[in-house]
Design a protein around this ligand. Sequence first.
Ligand SMILES: C[S@@+](CC[C@H](N)C(=O)[O-])C[C@H]1O[C@@H](n2cnc3c(N)ncnc32)[C@H](O)[C@@H]1O
Length: 307
Amino acid sequence: MSLDANANRFSGFADLYDAVRPTPPSVLADVITRYAGERPKVVVDLGCGTGLSTRWAADWATAVIGVEPSADMRARAAAVTGHTNVSYVDGWSSDTHLPTGTADVVLAVQALHWMEPDGTFAEVARLLRPGGVFAALDCDWPPSIGNAAAEQAWHTARATVAIHEREIAGWAPARTSRVASSSPQTDQLRPTDPNDAEAAVTITDGVQFWHKGQHLGRMIRSQQFRHCVEIAALAYETGDADRFVQLFKSQGDYQALRRHGFDDAALGIDRFAEDVAAELGKGEFPFWFTYRARIGVRGSDVAGAGR
Ligand SMILES: C[S@@+](CC[C@H](N)C(=O)[O-])C[C@H]1O[C@@H](n2cnc3c(N)ncnc32)[C@H](O)[C@@H]1O
């Protein structure tokens, strides 16, 4: 299965992404380290993007290798100096070209839903040493900022983006202009097989994703781990109204629709930015990011992952 479109989706906005996206909370590093049994010597970070998650892991591991298929994202990651224990390689989650059994921890941060599950879990199992830990981390959108109107404005804009993404994916006739505003609806994106919540969902430009809500179940059914668990933790960051809007703009679907010629008025972003500015004014406020971590512990005998 070619997933080139999935990497292409993340090309062209690496600077914006790196400037506004969050970093997981340190408590999740503690949990992962505890399951691994000792401070990790080698962490492999699948879908490392601009290196936000790689640099996070560099604080609690001896060495971190970021794996990233998008040359654009990888170049942005490599441009950051100051971490001597990180390196980056061109690769896919199902094909990293890294040595067998050498990773204490494999991460996929904000990334597992872009990865074909069977090939990815097989590669994770190949990379991990006995007793090693896989952790798939994602945060909820939007972050909680303690302002109902601003968070609702996010959801309204997201609904508009979802409608246009359906049109581009060919699921609905184009019924709105790419340069005019339209009424948002809250339609769900449709899986390839509507009866199978686990099936890949195909969206703009042939991009495929797998629903995040199924990550833990897929990990369990892969039989690659002796123990799987899902936990949640809050990351506390701060930002202003502009960061809230830029976070929206760092989403792949918004970026894809801009490449297809939609402007910010058609996507409801002008209105969103106005509402957010009016609601939040100037100055900094808390951004609480809820991270969901699905953790899979490899068996102590690599040949028998379940033992
Ligand atoms: C949302 S970004 C996450 C970046 C980073 N881990 C973070 O925490 O911000 C997802 C990344 O996964 C990459 N990606 C997409 N499909 C992939 C695949 N099948 N294998 C590996 N990486 C993939 C994309 O190119 C993108 O850089």
